[in-house]
Design a protein around this ligand. Structure first.
Ligand SMILES: [Zn+2]
Length: 347
């Protein structure tokens, strides 16, 4: 098959669109011809070699993809060729002690498409039948590929980790990102008032269009006290019940500091900086909770697909690139000028 693979870590140009062997295909697997595949920020780190995951190279990235089943193993159950499907982005081994005690979300031997095995940056991807997620014939493969990761992540953060309730006041820093935009919409569905921040005025209207009640353009990029004051000024002095953070970075402490007593900050990403300033004194005096997002379980993915299907949550598609030009998609994402999701499409 042809795939956008990388053979060594490096800049976007390290990705080569070339002939590579077809994925190995067993009796319990199905082969999916990819129609669309999401490009994630973590893909840039994976390709650059800074992700802290060990990779076996060459690697075909792509955690979330949609496509059509073109071959079915003899023990692959009810799936048929021609079915439109997606797959769980990550799945447990089914054999370890955690899996045996019905905590597959704590499995240490997680498989992740595009990390521990080849993902959707190619013409074909091999998927174990048990992690195939069937779609409905009328589903939009681009909308599902764009929404699968970001909506399930956001849904889980809002409803399972931050426990957002009607009337809550929620902060979404850097609301123009893919997950952040879904967080704005999920928090609105949960009944919250949502304040989002953006780095440039050009992005403010697009984030407001996702439903944010208030969009604050950060005036002070470096001075924590001023960011805190700006956020509390915008909220009318009310502290936030939850902060839904996808970026980390040097403003992490400022975002934490606007929580109410016993408020919760949930974090799922760190592309603004992985090591952050953290003052422990106000953390324990206020009883703040910092919660890490780990994985959205299959039930939350099913909920998310239904929300996408019904149009209750839309993930704006910033750009699509042919998979043969995956390097250009990475360069586009690196510029950070976009709002919404970047997709690779077949061709
Ligand atoms: Zn396991």
């Amino acid at each position: 098959m042809k795939a956008a693979a990388f053979y060594e870590y490096g800049p976007a140009e390290a990705i080569c669109y070339a002939d590579i062997p077809d994925p190995e295909f067993g009796a319990g697997d199905v082969l999916v011809q990819v129609q669309a595949c999401g490009v994630n920020h973590s893909d840039l780190d994976s390709r650059a070699g800074t992700s802290r995951w060990p990779f076996q190279l060459p690697m075909v990235l792509g955690a979330e993809f949609t496509g059509t089943v073109v071959a079915v193993g003899s023990q692959a159950g009810a799936i048929r060729t021609g079915d439109l499907v997606t797959a769980l982005q990550q799945y447990s081994c089914g054999r370890c002690a955690q899996c045996a005690r019905w905590r597959p979300d704590l499995c240490a031997d997680f498989e992740v498409f595009g990390t521990t095995r080849w993902g959707g940056y190619g013409e074909l991807v091999c998927v174990p039948a048990e992690v195939v997620v069937p779609l409905q014939p009328g589903d939009d493969p681009l909308a599902v590929a764009a929404g699968q990761c970001v909506v399930s992540t956001a849904w889980h953060m809002v409803n399972r980790l931050a426990l957002v309730r009607p009337g809550d006041l929620v902060l979404v820093p850097s609301g123009s990102g893919g997950v952040a935009g879904a967080l704005v919409q999920c928090a609105k569905l949960a009944g919250a008032t949502v304040l989002a921040t953006v780095g440039t005025a050009a992005k403010a209207d697009q984030v407001a269009a996702l439903g944010a009640d208030l969009v604050v353009v950060r005036e002070h990029q470096d001075i924590h006290g001023d960011v805190t004051a700006q956020l509390l000024d915008a909220s009318g002095g009310r502290h936030f019940d939850a902060v839904l953070d996808t970026v980390g970075g040097e403003l992490f402490g400022a975002h934490l500091s606007v929580l109410r007593e016993e408020g919760t900050l949930v974090t799922c990403g760190a592309h603004a900086g992985e090591v952050v300033p953290l003052d422990l004194i106000p953390l324990f005096r206020n009883g703040w909770r910092i919660v890490g997002f780990r994985v959205a379980p299959p039930g939350d993915l099913a909920t998310s697909l239904e929300l996408i299907r019904r149009g209750a949550i839309t993930v704006p598609i910033a750009a699509t690139f042919p998979v043969s030009d995956a390097a250009a998609a990475h360069r586009f994402l690196e510029q950070r000028q976009h709002v919404g999701k970047v997709l690779l499409v077949a061709g």
